[in-house]
Each structure stands twice: as structure tokens, then as C-alpha cells.
Write a new protein. Sequence first.
Length: 399
Amino acid sequence: MTDTAQKSWIEGSRALAPGGPVQVCTRCIYDERLSAIRFDGDGVCNYCHQVDGLIEQYGTGRPEGVAELERIFERIKAEGRGKKYDCIIGVSGGTDSSYLIHYACQKGLRPLAVHYDNTWNSAIATENIRKVLSALNVDLYTHVVDNKESDDIFRAFFYAGVAEIEAPTDLALAEVAYRAAKKFGVRYILEGHSFVTEGISPIGKNYFDGKYIQSIHRQYGRRPMRTYPLMTFFRFLYWSLFARIRKIRPFWYMEYSKEEARTLLEREYGWQYYGGHHLENRMTAFFHGVYAPEKFNADWRNNTLSALARNGQMSREEAWARYCEPPEVERDLIAYFKKRLEISDAEYLRIMRAAPRSWWEFPTYKKRFERLRPLFKVLSDQNLVPRSFYLKYCFPESR
């Protein structure tokens, strides 16, 4: 982040501190600028209540939640008998996926690690994957997209001026995990997401689907998508309805601490921390440290910081104080971004200064997801689509 942007960010955050001109949740640090946020009579936001509801539903960190997770694991083992692998786990080299591999092996599962390489990995992340998988004797299935093609897709999103520059990576990882599951006859994909430590981000902050990625690329891309694993609507339905591959998020059932997980990984595997949440990939680091705050005046750290305040691991005051600090940015990251995507200094400034655009300005599957909400409710109840997908994508979004 530039010095001017840092100063503006700090001053703006301080001006909006709790008790200031913008209403902030009395339990976390989400404020009234978030999409579809509402506050009850005590000033607690609807996203805090959503997390409370999920804790009750999944028994998160309670004996009933742990017992249900054990039953799920036993089912995975039984259905995987006679196969080389009984589950798929996507890995990035980050804390959550690395710990999930460790935990699954401790519980007697036989995972296949799956990685989608968008060619922007940090050296630390790559080495973390190698260390953990080698120590646990876990095989790795990797899909490497053509680097020029990957850069062209990222460039298209940047030129479109939308926030979801990371969407192609997130959707591709999901598609690659499904493909690996199909190839090896596996019915379960484990995902390292925790709504307790990360929350569920409001839809106004992030949306993506295959049609959205395709429409952005058609307008702004310059190369055909040949190696990129695009998940279309019908492929999504195939994976969930016909292949019936289930998605399980163990951290939704168990007690999970990111800090304790990191300590264990460092001690047991020589795993190395990469400096911040989601900074194991350089495109992700650009999004969180530069693109989101400078172009969209958005700081996704409030997801994690709000979660820490919500569950009592950090005071609201400390969470807000950290939120007021500018994001950490790797030296020369902006120069690296411009060089890889072949964007001149002048063009970069023009796009960063242009008015932000939003996902709803482009074709998506959103209305189709809403129309099929009853179907996705059933699929969600059976773990055939993630619960977070149902909650975020299948309801009308108020803007």
C-alpha cells in the first residue's frame, strides 16, 4: 500500500471507530456499510446471530458436534474401504488446509491432497505443502493452469474493475477437487473452513460462479481458456446431484484454534508462517493488501477480526485497533503484479482510480440459484453443497 493510501486508511478507520458516525455491531466489528446488515435492539448484527445459529445446528466445539464428526469419519472410512484414498483435501500451504491434512491423518483417514496451482504461489506455501505431505506420506494431485492463461484471466478481472479478482482461483480449486474425487472414486471432500474463526463473508463482499468468470473473460480476456478448469452450472449440478460427492467441513463441528494449529504445524513439520491471513499466494496478497483497500475501500481482515471478537479471543477494542492498522504488503508486490500482467504504470493507475464495478453488472447464475433454493436446501442438508453456498447464494441479495 502506498504511503498516501496508508495515511488515508488509518484516518478513515479511526473516524469510523465504534461510537463514531457509522454504526458498528456491539459484539463484533462489522459496521453498517456491509451488505444486508441489520442490528437488533442490543446493536448486535444479523451475522453474529447467523454464527450463533450455525453453532447450535452443528454443535460446534461441543460433545454432540464432535460425536457427529466422528460418525461422519467412520462413514468415510467404511465407504472408502478397498480404495487407495477415502477423501479429498484441497491444500494451499496455509494454516487451515495444512492442519486439516494433519487432523484427518490423526483420525485414521487416507486423504489425497489436491492443489490448484494458479502459478502465483509463494515459495513458503509450496515448501509448506511439501513438508506436511512428505511427513504424513500423503499423495498430491495437482492441476497446473497455463501461466499465460491464468494471468490473462486475472488481467480480465482487473480490467473489468470488479472486486472478485480471486474468484477464478476459488472456483477452480473446487472443480479440481471434484475431478480428483471422480477420478479416484472418492465420495467425500473435506474443506478447511471455520465459520467460528473466519465468519461467513456477506455476499456483497464476494460473489463468483462459472458464468460470471466466463462473462468477464469474454469481455476482457485475450486468450482462450483451455487449461483453466471452469465449473459451469451443469457441472456443479452433476457433481452434487449425480456424482453425489459430499463436502464436509470438519472445523464446523470441532473446536478449532488457528493459533494452536499454527503452533503445532511449526513444531511437528517445520511449517513456516507466511505473514498474514491468506498471504500464502501472491495474487491473494495483492487482493487483500492493495486491491481491496485501495480500489474498494474494503478490508477483508474484518471477517477474521470480527470472528475473534465474537468468540471472545480478542476484545472489540483490540480488534478495531488492528483493523485500523494498514494491511501488510510485500515489498515490490505491485511491481510484480504489473510486470506479470503486462500492465503499464499509467494503465494501472487509470484502472485503480476508475469507479469500482460490481458483480451484478455481469451475467451470473445468481437468479437461477435463487429459483432453485428448495433443491439446494435439500442438497445442503445432505452435505452435497456447502451450507455457506446455500446461505449466501440462494437468497435475494439486498443492495
